[in-house]
Write a protein that binds this ligand. Sequence first.
Ligand SMILES: NC(=O)c1ccc[n+]([C@@H]2O[C@H](COP(=O)([O-])OP(=O)(O)OC[C@H]3O[C@@H](n4cnc5c(N)ncnc54)[C@H](OP(=O)(O)O)[C@@H]3O)[C@@H](O)[C@H]2O)c1
Length: 297
Amino acid sequence: MRSLVFGGTGMLGQAVVAEARSRGWAALGLSRAQADIADVAHCERLLGWADSFHPELVVNCAAFTKVDACETERTQAFAVNGEAVAHAAAVAARAAAPFVHVSTDYVFDGTAGVPYGEDAPTAPLSVYGRSKLAGESHALAYDRSLVVRTSWLFGPGGPNFVATMVDLIEAGRVPLRVVRDQEGCPTYAPFLARALLDLAQGGVTGIVHYRNREPVSWYAFAAEIARLWSGAVEVVPVATAEFPRPAPRPAYSVLDVRRFERSAGRPVEPWEWGLVETLAHLRRLRQDRELRKGRRG
Ligand SMILES: NC(=O)c1ccc[n+]([C@@H]2O[C@H](COP(=O)([O-])OP(=O)(O)OC[C@H]3O[C@@H](n4cnc5c(N)ncnc54)[C@H](OP(=O)(O)O)[C@@H]3O)[C@@H](O)[C@H]2O)c1
């Protein structure tokens, strides 16, 4: 399946390209410099990717993902996470290919207390969430679109919570102080990539929720990261109110994945599997860095 991936240099984009290639598919991951989906002036050039690459699948992993920055850069947030999704979908439509778009648990307000189904009412708390919700509408205007909402992404190839915790530990900024009153589900980017391509291959359209299991607080997730990384690091639970941030986060953002499990015919994976792989990757990076430093010294 010839696959075109917008945002192909981001954390998820790289995982999607790798997953597609591991299936023997031709996959082209485009950086923002190669294909800026928010640049209206270059829409024709964007459509040119459909004419030159002839994709059988278009996946949009491009997004403005700095949740707090979105609060002050509202125009940019809506341009990239909202309107630009229509441009990406237009490339798929031009090629008559299915379009897969990635959205977020932040379209919900986090007050439900039970896992959010695909039809649950949306009520984003932040500009990021509102801009992603706008993007969903643009995607779904094309009848061959699949919108996959996910949460708490981590993995190799991008800044994320796991890498941040490891950096703090290595910098000696311990004990770690981490919020205990936000609950969600970490999701390993390579597992999500596999899910996206399985769903696309199965011809699924509409909205589907995907995340890994089981729900945890950021505190419990950090405690597991610290335990696996170095055993002896203290992690202190704190309240969200002690960590005021520009964008409010949902307190509870567990997505109901039954539609995914029915469609894919398998359960979602435990996040612990992805955490072990991510930490091994971060250890290798650090060892390589040390080796290079040693050679120079
Ligand atoms: N990270 C999470 O915790 C999380 C949770 C739920 C949902 N999601 C969603 O999952 C998807 C992938 O997230 P991620 O964590 O992989 O994000 P990421 O690592 O920040 O990657 C996003 C990519 O989009 C590119 N991009 C930004 N603006 C663009 C534009 N105008 N045109 C083309 N490319 C552009 C970025 O390029 P530059 O680096 O050059 O700017 C980057 O390569 C996003 O839709 C995000 O909203 C993420």
